[in-house]
Design a protein around this ligand. Sequence first.
Ligand code: UGA
Length: 430
Amino acid sequence: MKNDYKIAIFGAGYVGLTTASCLAKFGYNITCVDIDKNRISFLQKGKLPLFEPGLFDLLAKYKKRINFTINDKKAIRENDIIFITVDTPFSAKNGLNLVSVKNVAEKIALNINDYKIIVNKSTVPVGTAELIKGIIKKRYKDKFDVVSNPEFLREGMAVSDFLHPDRIVIGSDSRKASQIVAYLYRKIKAPLVLVDAKSSEMIKYVANAFLATKISFINEIANLCEYVGADIDKVREGIKYDPRISGQFLNPGIGYGGSCFPKDTHALAVTAGDHGYNFHLLRSVIEVNNKQRQRVIKKAENLLGSLKGKNITVLGLSFKGGSDDVRESVAIRIIKDLKKKGAKIKAFDPKAISNAQKILSGIMYTTNTYEALKNSDLLIIVTEWDEFKNLDFKRVKKIMKKPNIIDGRNLLNQSKMIRLGFNYYGIGRK
Ligand code: UGA
């Protein structure tokens, strides 16, 4: 085993940049490649093209070990291990798009010059390691290995999740390649799961599908609590001490969003269908998730009657607190639904406004929360930012036209809100 493996990382997004900076921290020299020239020149200037806590500092600290480039040929030729961390976008119309993964595989096929290990970290359907192998084999007849090494990073926690994972999963048909990849992570204390490539690819989807199932389950229980007059906070309290259940990932809300769960649940259901298996449970998880946001609209109508011409304040635009990412954000969908009903929207988010502006127009973006709340008929909280929890609600009540709150994340203290005179509705709260 050498201890000076040279590493190239294709794809300078959340996963690629986190992997690059953490492996640089472990002492490796990294070449980080992206096809987006602007992104690379941004990174070369020491700037970070996305918001991820801790990542900027880590990149700055180890900048001497990380080289940013668009020169893929050189990166392939001069490195021993090539990570693929590109996007795998999903659209309802066209399904999962593996073009970026295939493009990197083609580039490797064209430029590979000796034994390399190709490590795929992008989330991909079962069989993609074989697909990558097939693309390279068409042009290159000598030995190389493909390894699946899924990431389990959460946005907003990416650096800490990389450095302190629950487990490291490495899947390959080559024992030697798996051991070399495991060696890169030797400074991390975590169980090592060494499996075949297909099982490894499956593990990633199963983990996300299971977590999504927990969310849809608790959302349905919260909805039921509203019908029977129980309180979801208390119900959760009463189940979470059973370690087989645990309280984690059981926060009811407006439905899961982001670049992972919606895409991965769908992709797994499609994979099942492709193999002639109807994955009923997962299809229900997806359906429940799509319906959950409609309950927020219904609650708004129950409070205000017709939404036409009503001033509605939406706090939050990103798909979850602590992130500037608006991809598949339920917040954005809720705003679009409210707009369709004729509501006038003012919105604020501490980090995600500029990303939201690229995909959502026709609403007023404000520079702070209080401005968004002036003269409002209804406040809807859709993203769990701490600063929304800590607002001066006496002031909020004074500046709103009507004291209505729908708390889509159960972020606020219900009794306090009622004491202050708000008409407060959470999710599954009594
Ligand atoms: C998720 C997984 O948590 C990571 O383990 C995985 O690596 C990542 O996807 C991925 O595949 O790359 P992420 O999408 O960053 O990470 O965000 P989460 O924190 O998991 O939240 C996903 C969505 O579920 C958000 O919209 C969040 O608000 C929602 N959620 C989460 C709930 O509604 N309730 C909960 O209890 C937890």
